[in-house]
Design a protein around this ligand. Structure first.
Ligand code: FA5
Length: 339
């Protein structure tokens, strides 16, 4: 018998056995397949073994090797099928709730958090108005968070109870450090390094020990804008804020300024926006105080500037009619999935 014929017979046997063992749906069928292929007396493997004696002498070792491989493969096929049928299987156990024809379950796909989406959108809108994005550190020194912003040591905003001061093990050369309480710190960092004109926004987290309620959270986000150039006026501030609000909310948005006070702007205003017949307070703004310009080495006789700082949670909540900003931080997927 030629080696090729012997091997072809073995391969056919293996293919048939794969189907029989693999397709056995219950133990009785598997046992029948076992007897058919592996049966010690008349099993098909036993029959194939008889062919081994007829293979031409020099081909015998190769034929024997192949025979052993196929024998091991058949044993493994049987063992696999046996294990499969022994495992608790809802279908085999006749479980009435198991329906193999049902479509698979879709794994839900996540998406960006609504605040992250808002931040990206605000960057995009302000980018179109020519503002570039800069970032500043969340851990600040007192110079950038207060002094350079014209907030003297005696000011109540510097009260330790109004801020998150850090307990640092070593005394730092820069003095005490704190989590920044406003993004206005970035104004200073930019102006210290850049000559006017300046046209930037900065978005990020700020921290205040406020009690959480529907409109407050101890950690929240602000968008800060700063434009310094020759001849900048309050009218420019109002136009930029209006264009910004129209782009974000859509439709006609009106801007109202209410007189206010911030140590780093003069005059200072609270910014309200009228959208869908309701006024909402968005943040603070004003013309950069000459003292601030001087502190960073600018000449207030040459350049003027405006700055604004808006609460990102409030802006986003207004657009999507979220009545409690704490929802943004509960991370309940039923809420998040709506964005
Ligand atoms: C400021 O933080 C000033 N730095 C804004 C500014 C920038 C004025 C540039 C002038 C020039 P204020 O403390 O009002 O201002 O905060 C601004 C906005 O942040 C608020 O109007 C509100 O929208 C939001 N905000 C303040 N505190 C919280 C809080 N605890 N949780 C959520 N949002 C808050």
């Amino acid at each position: 018998m030629a080696l090729a014929d012997f091997v072809a017979d073995l391969d056919a046997l293996l293919t048939a056995a794969q189907q029989s063992f693999g397709g056995a749906a219950d133990k009785a069928t598997l046992e029948a397949a076992r007897i058919e292929y592996l049966g010690a007396k008349n099993g098909r493997l036993k029959e194939a073994q008889k062919g081994l004696g007829k293979v031409d002498g020099p081909d015998k070792p190769a034929a024997g090797k192949r025979f052993n491989e196929v024998k091991q493969a058949l044993d493994a096929l049987f063992a696999d099928a046996e294990a499969r049928l022994a495992a608790p299987d809802a279908a085999a156990a006749g479980d009435p709730t198991f329906d193999p024809t049902e479509p698979g379950r879709r794994v839900p796909l996540g998406h960006l958090h609504p605040l992250t989406q808002t931040i990206e959108e605000l960057k995009e809108i302000m980018g179109r108005l020519g503002f570039s994005v800069v970032q500043g550190p969340e851990v600040e020194d007192e110079w950038h968070n207060f002094e350079a912003l014209n907030i003297p040591l005696s000011h109540p905003a510097r009260d330790p109870l109004e801020n998150f001061y850090l307990a640092t093990a070593e005394k730092l050369a820069s003095g005490p450090m704190l989590l920044r309480s406003q993004t206005s710190t970035v104004q200073i960092r930019v102006m210290e390094k850049t000559k006017p004109p300046v046209r930037i926004i900065s978005l990020g987290r700020v921290y205040r020990p406020d009690d959480a309620d529907a409109t407050h959270y101890p950690m929240f986000h602000q968008i800060e804008g700063l434009l310094v150039d020759r001849g900048v006026t309050m009218a420019d501030l109002k136009s930029v804020l209006r264009l910004f609000a129209i782009s974000y909310f859509g439709g006609d948005v009106h801007i109202r300024f209410r007189p206010s006070f911030f140590p780093f702007t003069e005059p200072s205003v609270e910014v309200d926006m009228l959208w869908n017949d309701r006024w909402i307070e968005m943040g603070g703004a004003g013309m950069v105080d000459p003292n601030v310009l001087r502190a960073v080495g600018y000449d207030p006789e040459e350049v003027t500037g405006f700055a604004f700082g808006l609460g990102v949670e409030r802006v986003c909540a207004r657009k999507y009619q979220v009545t409690d900003i704490r929802e943004f931080y509960h991370n309940d997927v039923r809420f998040l999935a709506q964005f």
